[in-house]
Design a protein around this ligand. Structure first.
Ligand code: PEP
Ligand code: MG
Length: 583
């Protein structure tokens, strides 16, 4: 075990976690390539046989557990994996490749798998594509044994861990066994990268942007994840550990205290009522929404239904998921955003997503408008689900009036279909626009006339306004919500919406940042939507300020010329006046 050392990154999800490191290197170093001599071919085959044997033992054991837990689907899947492992044709192919290429077995195996996966994908057949995911899974298991790397499917984690990894795909984060992951540390990522957002949703303390923690720790090391300050302490000494156990217990007590505000409204001292809602990624999060006293769901990122399953769900499956959330929320409004795949949210089975510049590429509404079947299916499922609660629909990444009109026209067509088929839906569903592209913010007055509400997506709006990738730790210092350019845009958007009498919400991470709460209130924001866990603290702040005071503070801020100046002023004020510590 190495001596105690401390690493600094970006705080991505608050709270303190203490536990044993599990180093997840699935996306880690690439497969080595080296030449072998002809007489070493049989030795390489022996290595392969042993690795296959170990992988097979692992799968058998997972299968036994799944069987005991009556998870039939899982059992079937594992049977497919076992069959793939024992395919004699494939073994023969590897042997032939070893002889002809005279390269190490890891390389030969990897190349063969890539070739088969590509063929399965090119077939265009959905069943074949699904098999390619299985094949990848099985081969990674074998490869990791060949490379002496620990591999475990994150869904199979059976003991509590601090997950340390280079980068974690949002789809991996959705699928992992969340009860067992007590903390997350990542080399890559920024505060608003999607894995960070998921960590907050799942209430798992996380520090991202640590550059190279995955090369500095080993599985079994002890780690303290301080999600409040963006620090990770590896192999803490007894004194430090004792201190953190105390900090952890104080933090938990504070959380419990804040929850007492659950039944109270988010109302300023001078009577301005705002709405505090929750962002969710998966339907199961509804319990947490109630636990934290949310006024509804301000953003349901529906694309996670797609990313997790790895395929595009049928209308019925989507209908069930939406209706479940709407039913659970009863009379509280639920805003469901249409699919926002692309960018850093890549679905394994969607073709054409291998772009040079995905953040500026084929994502969100652009993707939907060129996949009209998929878009219509989602709209049908949404409209049908509207009978089960108080639905609002929202379109992501709208860049101007044209795109919004196209999306609204498609919605009208789907409504007409349902009327023809006599399928009931709520005729008065409010339809809103996400403002997260600078051109939309600048033309907010035009877009407002065709929207029932706005929701500002600051995660993207900041990234596009300052031209700073929200997930890139190297330029995270530039990602500044208090940049005067961003503040001016926010003011413009809010004023334009109010001028035509529509409400403005915010569902980007800025809405849940306690340091920003008073500024957003003073700018006139009507609704704050955030990871449910952040609601009680934002409510405490709103209840302790008058709108007039917030407006005065905004007046001061709008005079400032640099984000340093705004940052200093707001942080000092929020700490001294409202007891907020930046996390
Ligand atoms: C945003 O961009 O602020 C937003 C809420 O959408 P997402 O984070 O899913 O891109
Ligand atoms: Mg966005």
């Amino acid at each position: 075990m190495t001596a105690m050392h401390e690493l600094t990154g970006i705080s991505a999800s608050p709270g303190i976690a203490i536990g044993k490191v599990f180093l997840y290197l699935d996306n880690g170093p690439s497969v080595p390539r080296y030449a072998i001599r002809a007489e070493h071919v049989s030795g390489e085959m022996d290595r392969l046989e042993q690795a296959v044997g170990r992988a097979s033992d692992e799968i058998q054991s997972l299968r036994r557990t799944s069987e005991q837990e009556n998870r039939d689907e899982q059992v079937k899947l594992l049977d497919t994996h076992l069959m793939m492992l024992s395919d004699p044709d494939f073994t023969e192919r590897i042997q032939n490749d070893l002889k002809s290429k005279l390269l190490n077995v890891e390389w030969v195996l990897n190349a063969a798998i890539e070739e088969v996966v590509q063929k399965l994908h090119a077939s265009g057949d959905d069943y074949m594509k699904e098999r390619s995911i299985d094949l990848n899974d099985v081969s990674r298991r074998v490869l990791n044994h060949l490379l002496y790397r620990e591999r475990i499917n994150l869904a199979d984690l059976s003991e509590e861990v601090i997950l340390v990894t280079h980068d974690l795909l949002p789809s991996d984060a959705i699928g992992m066994n969340k009860r067992m992951v007590k903390g997350i540390c990542m080399d890559a990522g920024g505060k608003t990268s999607h894995t960070a957002i998921l960590a907050r949703s799942f209430e798992i303390p996380a520090v991202v942007g640590l550059s190279n923690i995955s090369r500095q720790v080993q599985s079994g090391d002890q780690a303290v994840v301080d999600g409040n300050r963006g620090r990770v302490i590896v192999n803490a000494d007894a004194r430090t550990l004792k201190r953190y156990v105390r900090v952890q217990s104080d933090w938990r007590k504070r959380e419990v205290q804040l929850m007492r505000l659950n039944e109270l409204p988010a109302e300023t001292r001078d009577g301005k009522l705002v709405s505090l809602k929750a962002n969710i990624e998966v339907p199961e999060e509804v319990d947490s929404i109630f636990a934290h006293g949310a006024d509804g769901v301000g953003l349901f990122r529906s694309e996670f239904l797609f990313l997790h399953s790895g395929h595009l769900p049928e209308e019925e499956e989507q209908f069930k998921a939406y209706s479940y959330v709407l039913n659970a929320m009863g009379s509280k409004p639920v805003t469901i955003r249409t699919v926002d795949v692309g960018g850093d949210k890549v679905a394994p089975n969607l073709e054409g997503m291998n772009e040079k510049n995905p953040i500026l590429g084929w994502r969100a509404i652009r993707f939907c408008l060129s996949n009209l079947d998929l878009f219509r299916t989602q709209l049908r499922a949404l409209l049908r689900s509207s009978m089960h609660g108080k639905l609002q629909i929202m379109f992501p990444m709208i860049s101007g009036v044209e795109e919004l009109s196209q999306a609204l026209d498609t919605l009208d067509e789907v409504k007409a279909d349902l009327r023809r088929e006599q399928i009931p839906f709520d005729e008065n569903i409010p339809v809103g626009t996400m403002i997260e592209v600078p051109s939309a913010a600048i033309t907010a007055d035009l877009i407002a006339r065709r929207s029932h509400f706005f929701s500002i997506g600051t995660n993207d709006l900041i990234q596009y306004t300052i031209a700073v990738d929200r997930g890139n730790e190297k330029i995270a210092y530039l990602y500044e919500p208090f940049h005067p350019g961003v503040l001016r845009l926010l003011k413009m958007v809010i004023d334009s919406a109010h001028a035509v009498g529509i409400p403005v919400g915010m569902c980007g991470e800025m809405a849940g940042d306690p340091v920003a709460a008073v500024i957003l209130l003073g700018l006139g924001l009507d609704e704050f939507s955030m990871g449910a866990v952040g609601i009680p603290e934002v409510k405490r702040i709103i209840r302790s300020v008058a709108l007039s005071e917030a407006e005065e503070i905004v007046g001061n801020v709008m005079e400032m010329r640099s984000f340093h100046e705004v940052d200093r002023y707001v942080n000092e004020l929020m700490e001294s006046r409202f007891g907020v510590n930046a996390y």
